[in-house]
Design a protein around this ligand. Structure first.
Ligand code: TRP
Length: 461
């Protein structure tokens, strides 16, 4: 019976709960670890402006689509497509999404484990008295060691599973409501510290004064990929969350608020990290190690650095946790609805098998560092497949599904809560979903794959 299956599904209890959970999903390592460093790598403000353009033109429309698909179908990512497009191959999109969730979380958990370990190291004062070189080898030898990073990765996955097992409202929503305000408070304290450092204004100029001559095509393409990653789009996370949103919610408005929160928090994270980096004359283009190698350097030189380093790594861990629960929920919702498992069994099975794959990701940074695909080790292969293939193609199919399959009339009906709210933006929305998003995503992913193959072939010579 329809009523029966609806009653066992979870749901979010309040409007703030929806925002906290969805913004909690979006705000993560992508904002605090990745955004500042890729902005640094691609030259600062010009990259930021292109990123913002993609967020508005593509990210927001796709986010509205995911919420709409999920709420209309009231199913997990895979089941949603099966229900809205029966007897068609659209369900492959949902299936890809569940697979991507599995892969993303396996390496996400590893990086989040690093953040947990660094919280403890900050507490112990382990960065004290270390030279920049020593801090570099502190990081590289840690991530390559066999046990310690896996211990932290497993601890992080355990926490993630613990929250998800408690359910949509009592687990995910409750902890998002608790952790997201904490995250914002810590971020504001750190921002204040960073902006009052002498020399901070150079960092702000780097972030906000565009120099478009520095922008490369590669930068443009990374901006699009990062827009997807940062907003949690392309694999059904927000389809799954959308399926828990009640029928009165204004989905367009919710998507706008989540997008704003994610973007503002990324910019704030940039305002924490870049002024500090410039104030101490450190290279902003340091890459993925920016947060784990460069920042401890900065904290060492900064008054109150001990205290602020602890706060920073707590921030990173909390941000990762509210994202990882949303990724795990994609798999758990799939297993419990499609394979009729209890939430408990589904969570234990998903979390432990993802943790196992994650352990191999972690080992591939050290003991198992063999190239297995296009010269990449296991960690980089998993990262490459999920971020450069699954996510963009997922986003492409979601756009096409909404724009062409569901179409303007059905979309409008769901988005307007059956005519209760006026959707003035329906025209540009459908236009982006039909043309702008699919074409841009197609170009980006093909280019991304091409570039990787070319650089691999070049490395062979
Ligand atoms: N958006 C999160 C971050 O910025 C990560 C994340 C959560 C994600 N769910 C996702 C990324 C779904 C891609 C797809 O860290």
């Amino acid at each position: 019976m329809a009523g029966n299956s609806a009653s066992v599904r979870g749901s979010f209890g309040s409007k703030f709960g929806v925002i906290a959970a969805a913004a909690g999903s979006a705000v993560g390592l992508g904002n605090i670890w990745k955004f500042p460093y890729i902005t640094g790598v691609y030259g600062g403000a010009a990259f930021l402006f292109v990123y913002l353009g993609f967020i508005v033109a593509i990210g927001l429309p796709v986010m509205i689509s995911e919420f709409t698909i999920g709420r209309k179908a009231r199913k997990n990512a895979f089941g949603s497509f099966k229900k809205l497009a029966p007897k068609t191959p659209w369900y492959v999109t949902g299936f890809l999404g569940v697979g991507a969730a599995y892969l993303i979380l396996s390496f996400y958990g590893v990086v989040a484990g690093w953040a947990m370990n660094y919280t403890v190291e900050a507490l112990k004062g382990s960065f004290n008295g270390k030279t920049p070189d020593e801090l570099t080898s502190f990081f590289t030898s840690f991530i390559a060691s066999p046990f310690k990073p896996i211990f932290w990765q497993l601890s992080f996955m355990f926490l993630t599973g613990l929250i998800v097992i408690m359910g949509v409202q009592k687990g995910i929503e409750r902890y998002s409501k608790l952790l997201m305000p904490l995250l914002v408070v810590i971020l504001i304290i750190l921002m204040f510290r960073s902006m009052t450092l002498p020399g901070a204004s150079k960092g702000l100029a780097f972030l906000f004064k565009p120099d478009f001559s520095k922008l490369t095509w590669e930068g443009v393409l990374s901006a699009l990929g990062h827009a997807f990653f940062s907003l949690s789009l392309g694999m059904g996370t927000l389809i799954t969350y959308g399926s828990y949103i009640n029928n009165k919610n204004n989905l367009g408005k919710t998507a706008l608020q989540v997008t704003l929160a994610d973007t503002v928090i990324a910019i704030f994270a940039g305002m924490v990290i870049l002024p500090a980096v410039f104030a101490f004359n450190i290279e902003p283009g340091a890459g993925p190690g920016l947060v784990f190698i460069t920042l401890p350097n900065v904290f060492l030189q900064m008054p109150g650095g001990y205290f602020f380093s602890i706060l920073f790594f707590i921030l990173l861990t909390v941000a990762a946790l509210t994202s990882s629960i949303s990724i795990l929920e994609v798999v758990v919702a799939f297993l419990s609805e499609e394979l009729k498992m209890s939430r408990r069994i589904a969570t234990i099975l998903a979390a432990s098998s993802i943790a196992l794959v994650g352990a191999f990701c972690s080992l591939s940074m050290g003991h198992l560092d063999y190239a297995i695909f296009l010269g990449k080790n296991f960690f980089d292969t998993v990262d490459f497949f999920s971020a450069n293939i699954f996510l963009p193609f997922g986003g492409l199919f979601i756009s096409l599904f909404m724009g062409w399959h569901l179409g303007r009339k059905k979309t409008l009906k769901e988005l307007s809560n059956h005519g209760e709210i006026k959707i003035w933006y329906i025209k540009p929305l459908i236009f982006s979903l039909r043309f702008i998003a699919p074409i841009a995503i197609f170009i980006v992913s093909i280019y991304g794959i091409y570039e990787n193959v070319v650089s691999y072939l070049a490395s062979l010579n």
